[in-house]
Each structure stands twice: as C-alpha cells, then as structure tokens.
Design a protein around this ligand. Structure first.
Ligand code: GLA
Length: 452
C-alpha cells in the first residue's frame, strides 16, 4: 500500500465504532444525542478534525496501525486470556470487566497484577472525586474559580497508560470510568458558599451553576484537551451520583447541591455541561445505589426523563451501583434494569459487591463463600438473560479487588451486616488474593459445581 493509500486506510479505520481512543464523535447517545446536534457538533467537529489530522501525521512517521477495536465481541484473544473476567464478560454479554482501585494499590504489586490480569475497566476509588480534585482548602485562581489538582489520579492513569502500551490485545487494555463529577458527598462544603467560606451563606443558583460548569470544564480539558497525555483513556463519566432518595424516589434533600437549588435543575445542568465539554465517545452516566428498589428506580427514570427533555443535555447510561447483599433478588434486578433500559442506551453495574449474610460471624468462611458464589451466579445469569432480551449491560465493575481491601470491612454507612464489626467477604479474591468460588461463578461455573 502506498503512502496515500495507507493514510486513507488509517482514516477509514477511524470509524465510529473505533473512536474511543481517537476522541472524535459520531453521535453516541442515540436519540438524545441527535436532538443535541447543535451544541455537540461545534466542539466535536473540531476534535474530529484535529484527531484525524494528528493521527494522519503520526501515521506518516510510523507503520500503519489498526485503530483500537472497542466492541468487546470483536476482540481477539489467546489462550492466556481464557480464565479471566474480561474474556468471560466480553464473550458472554459483550461488556467490560471493571474494578475500583485506590492509589494505595499502586504500591502493591500483587494487587496490580489482579487488576492488569483480569480487568479492562478501572474506576478510581476516591481520587477523581470532587474532594480529591478541589482539596480540603480552597485554592482560588485569578478567574475566581477553584484550581483543580490532578496529581494524585494522574499517577494511576500514568500506570495504566504504561500498562496499555504493553498489553497487546485490545481486550486487555484498561479504560477508565471517571467517577464522579457532581455528588453531595465527598465534595468540600466550602464549594457551595459565598467566597468559598463555610461561615458565609450558600451562593445563589447562578453562581453555583458557574462553579459547576467551570469544574466540569477543567476536568474535561485536563483529560481530553488537545495536549492531554490521557486523551481517550476515559470512556465513561458518572456525571451525577446519588441524587434520588430511597423513600419515594424524589430528590435527596440532605445535600448541599439540593439546598442551593431546591429542585432537580442542578442534575439536568450537570448533564448539559458534561455534554458541552466531553467528547461524544465518553458515555455520560447517572449513578445510584438501592437501584433495584422499584420506587427509587421509577424516581430515577423520572429524573432521567427530565434530563433528556433538555435539548442541550446528553445522558447515555444508568449506573446501577450494585452494592447488594445476600438477599439479592434477580427478579427485582431484572425489573429495574428493564426500566432503566427504557430510558437510556446502556446500563453498567458500577460498584458491585455483596455484604455477608445476616448474622454471619466469620467462622465458616467456606460456607459463606459458597453462598456468595451462588448469589453472584444468579446475578450473572440475570445479566446474560437481559442481554438476550436486548437490555444492553456494557460493564460489570467490582468495588474492589479483594476482601482485605473492601470498604465494607470498616464502619461505614452501608448498614445491614456491614457495621464495621462483622467480617465481610464481598469480592472475588480473598484476603490472600486467591480466587474464591465467586470468581468461578463468573469465569467457569462448572468449577463452582465441582466445589459444591
Ligand atoms: C458510593 C460511591 C462510591 C463509594 C461507595 C462506598 O457508592 O459512589 O464512590 O464511595 O459509596 O465506598
């Protein structure tokens, strides 16, 4: 192939399906996106042009390179991949296998081996949250807005990038779920107050919207800007987390976001700004827990409808956090997933773990492991049957690599059996990083039956 032919070939493979690394947009988000054409196009047309140009330039210097394949069902594998979560998920329901990692995992080689050996999606446990980027004390720039600090999450992104360069097969490359832009928790209180001073009143709504827009713009520029070394690594953002209450599906009121607005407008606006600044290949999610509660699911769907009614907003997906327990109901799970699928294009299980059985005292771990594997198996069967019914679940993300490091081990607000005093075993690898029966529930359930 001559040079001209090679350039054409390269540009041709930069198709819509292959764009996640190229940061261009061909209208992800289906109907919602189409309505947005006006606001999205300007930014995207520019990005598409620049991405095409710079790729063509670098292609002239190097051999033609096949653009990354982003459809899990198209990934090529070899024997080394076979007993991995990412291989199983790609083949069995066409989704990514994800895990949350904190910074501390970076200095734990064995833990990073699990991440790199099993998964192709990573969510930072805390490091991309507003309190991490904004810091404890306000650092205000000349423009009057907080200056964000990305030093901590970027250490993890550098590690992932270096791994991706050597990973070889597309299905082994790790993409990042951005978590989270707008949340009532883990956001410094000063962010909501006049002069960034908690002793002053809350700011008015216009000021708060300007702060929100500036925050989202800074995040997107840092990760997707023309010169960003991380461009294309993030494939989804949780734009808003946990805005709906657990009782009647209305708005959560114990939130400084809500106190400033007194309605759901801040949620809608967050999706307007995310759409304005994120390239179209980044999927924009609403994320929440108690996601199988029918009233809450209905409330979330109402909120999503409000977002969709705004022509400047875009929402692509629903993140079912999936902090479940041993009373997990696959029936309720499927019912809720179908409700979400009626209003968004895709669903991800974004923070999956299982609290131990009620009354579990930590003595018979093997029995609890077995029970847990069965619950995970029923969840996985539900995911696969939803897929058959056309409900697109595009990732299952576990909230941690191993039982030693689960947030459920310490006192927290999770309730139920996770009160900080009871042993928990919520994940797929045990405290010694060994595979548990729950791992085989996903990867090869014939081994699970043998273990019974
Ligand atoms: C919520 C958040 C997560 C995490 C968990 C608990 O689900 O979305 O980021 O904080 O709580 O660890």
């Amino acid at each position: 192939m001559g040079r001209g032919g090679r350039i054409k070939y390269f540009l041709a493979v930069l198709t819509c399906a292959n764009l996640a690394f190229a940061a261009a947009g061909c209208g992800a988000g289906g109907g919602v996106q189409d309505e947005n054409a006006g606001s999205v196009q300007t930014a995207d047309a520019e990005t598409a042009k620049t991405a095409g140009e710079s790729d063509a330039v670098s292609e002239q210097e190097t051999e033609p390179e096949q653009a990354a394949v982003q459809d899990p069902q198209e990934w090529a594998w070899d024997a080394a991949d076979e007993q991995t979560l990412r291989y199983a998920f790609a083949n069995e329901f066409g989704g990514r296998a994800g895990v949350c990692v904190p910074m501390a995992a970076l200095s734990d080689a064995a833990r990073m081996e699990i991440v790199k050996g099993q998964f192709n999606s990573v969510t930072m446990e805390n490091e991309m949250k507003p309190d991490s980027l904004l810091g404890n004390k306000p650092n205000i720039g000349e423009d009057g807005f907080p200056v964000l600090s990305f030093t901590v999450p970027d250490m993890m992104l550098k590690e992932i990038k270096a791994y991706n360069d050597t990973a070889g097969k597309d299905g082994r490359k790790i993409m990042v779920r951005g978590h989270v832009l707008v949340w009532h928790s883990q956001t410094p209180e000063w962010f909501f107050h006049e002069e960034y001073n908690v002793d002053k009143p809350y700011v008015d709504q216009q000021t708060m919207l300007a702060r929100m827009e500036n925050y989202i713009r800074q995040v997107m520029e840092h990760y997707e800007g023309e010169d960003s070394e991380y461009k294309g690594m993030i494939y989804a953002w949780d734009v808003v987390n946990e805005a709906v209450n657990d009782t009647d599906g209305g708005m959560r009121t114990d939130s400084s976001w809500f106190r400033v607005f007194n309605n759901a407008d801040f949620v809608e606006q967050a999706f307007v700004y995310a759409n304005r600044y994120a390239p179209a290949h980044i999927k924009l999610f609403y994320n929440d827990y108690n996601d199988t509660n029918p009233k809450k699911a209905d409330g979330i769907c109402r909120l999503i409808e409000q977002i969709k009614a705004n022509p400047e907003a875009r929402i692509d997906g629903m993140g079912m956090q999936g902090h479940y327990d041993m009373d997990f109901s696959d029936v309720l799970f499927k019912q809720s997933a179908k409700k979400y699928a009626a209003v968004v294009d895709e669903i991800q299980i974004t923070e999956l773990d299982l609290k131990a059985s009620r009354g579990f005292d930590g003595t018979d771990m093997e029995e609890e492991y077995q029970k847990q594997a069965e619950v995970y198996q029923s969840l996985y069967d539900a995911v696969k049957s939803l897929k058959q019914e056309g409900v697109p679940i595009t990732a299952i993300v576990f909230w941690g690599t191993d039982d030693r490091h689960s947030w459920l081990q310490s006192a927290n607000a999770a309730g139920g059996s996770a009160d900080g005093t009871r042993v928990q075993c919520p994940l797929l690898f045990d405290k010694e990083y060994e595979k548990k029966p729950a791992f085989w529930a996903f990867v090869d359930d014939s081994r699970l039956e043998q273990a019974e």
